[in-house]
Design a protein around this ligand. Structure first.
Ligand code: PLP
Length: 380
């Protein structure tokens, strides 16, 4: 299906179990998981506290429709509003990242009564039709049109172009603080601050898609905190429930007024809510985002040093925390395949020339050293 499947197509790796940053295949081979799980394991694989919370919840109640308050779900909503990067008290729960962005798009259009949306070139916001209308890549879009209209794309990271595109007909601006799928490109603090100013001035919603950058990945709970920017809407998914299907749309009060008749049967089901609560609790109790900042900085520095020392075919090492892009001067797929098959290190592509690392946020410097060594072997 998706491109990265190619990495394994010649020699599929059937995974049986996981613990921490290690995945074990059916044949007993152990792999260091530095991204193959799509940033969904901030605490590592099957973290005991999350497994316990799910087990307990499963024995009490697997599901009840959203109209009946359930303590587990209510507690998660309160916890999310508390860890939000500012005053985003209204919490919409759903089942994936793309749905979280669908909700954001619907709420922003409804709350503003406007249609126009500004998104960035190279953006990735999901694959359902609404979110796909905000996603840049032709490969993802072309076979599935027509897509919802009203989206204008501007170059990512270009504050001037962004400010120019936003006017009093704009419902929302969608931005990833660091583009993930698009190649691990940080937008920069100025860019996010300009987006905040331009949307405020135009009465439009600033939607930050933190589905990949959030939940501690970049060294703070949310990437936007490093720029001192509070959006009107923040979307999260991926690691928020340790890999169980949960999407989150955190909204300012004025945005939530646009929620109207939006809904979803599985939204905020108690089992997934229990997983998310346990994940967030442990992230905060153990200062996991701080570890991501420290080990991420170490890993980037070690990678740059290794590139220099071994004259590796690497153009750039970039990112924040444990969201790292290594732009290589050869096909990323070949590098990924060699990493997996000869070094037992799993990573991800971000386009044709970028190797992307999104390991568990609980790794230590020893794990980082192993991956630097593996990359030196593969790229030398
Ligand atoms: C993965 C991702 C999505 C889509 O999430 P799904 O759960 O796959 O629907 C949206 N935006 C960003 C930035 C992502 O990384």
């Amino acid at each position: 299906m998706s491109g990265e499947g190619f990495v394994f197509s010649q020699k599929p790796i059937a995974i049986e179990s996981g613990s921490g940053a290690t995945l074990t295949a059916e044949d007993g081979t152990e792999y260091l998981d530095f991204g193959a799980s799509y940033a969904c394991t901030p605490l590592g694989h099957s973290p005991p506290a999350v497994v316990d919370a799910i087990t307990e919840q499963a024995q009490d109640l697997l599901y009840v429709q959203g109209s009946y308050p359930v303590a587990t779900r209510t507690a998660l909503q309160e916890q999310l509003a508390e860890v939000a990067p500012g005053d985003l008290p209204k919490v919409w729960l759903c089942n994936s990242g793309t749905e979280a962005n669908e909700a954001a798009l619907k709420f922003a259009r409804s709350a503003t009564g406007r249609e126009k949306v500004v998104a960035a070139k190279r953006a990735f916001h999901g694959r359902t039709l609404g979110a796909l209308s905000l996603t840049w890549k032709d490969d993802y879009r072309d076979p599935f049109g027509p897509l919802p209209s009203g989206v204008e794309f501007v170059p990512y990271g270009d504050s001037e172009a962004l400010a120019e595109a936003v006017d009093d007909e704009t419902a929302a601006v969608f931005i990833e603080p660091i583009q993930g799928e698009g190649g691990v490109h940080p937008g920069g603090d100025d860019y996010l601050q300009t987006a905040r100013e331009a949307t405020t001035e135009a009465g439009a919603a600033l939607v930050l898609d933190e589905i990949q950058t959030g939940v501690g990945r970049t060294g703070t709970m949310w990437a936007c905190q490093q720029a001192g920017v509070v959006p009107d809407v923040l979307t999260a998914a991926k690691g928020v429930a340790s890999g169980l299907p949960l999407g989150v749309t955190l909204c300012a009060d004025w945005i939530a007024e646009g929620a109207g008749n939006h809904g979803s049967t599985f939204a905020g089901n108690p089992l997934v809510a229990a997983a998310a609560s346990a994940t967030l609790t442990q992230l905060q109790a153990e200062n996991v985002p701080e570890n991501a900042a420290v080990v991420g900085e170490y890993l980037r520095e070690e990678l740059r040093a290794a590139v220099e020392e071994h004259d590796l075919p690497v153009r750039e090492v970039r990112g924040a925390g444990l969201m790292i892009g290594i732009e290589v001067k050869r096909g990323s797929m070949r590098v990924l395949r060699d990493l997996a098959l000869s070094q037992q290190v799993l990573a991800l592509p971000a386009g044709r020339s970028v190797v992307r690392l999104l390991p568990p946020l609980t790794i230590d410097e020893g794990d980082a050293d192993s991956v630097v060594d593996a990359l030196v072997e593969v790229l030398s």
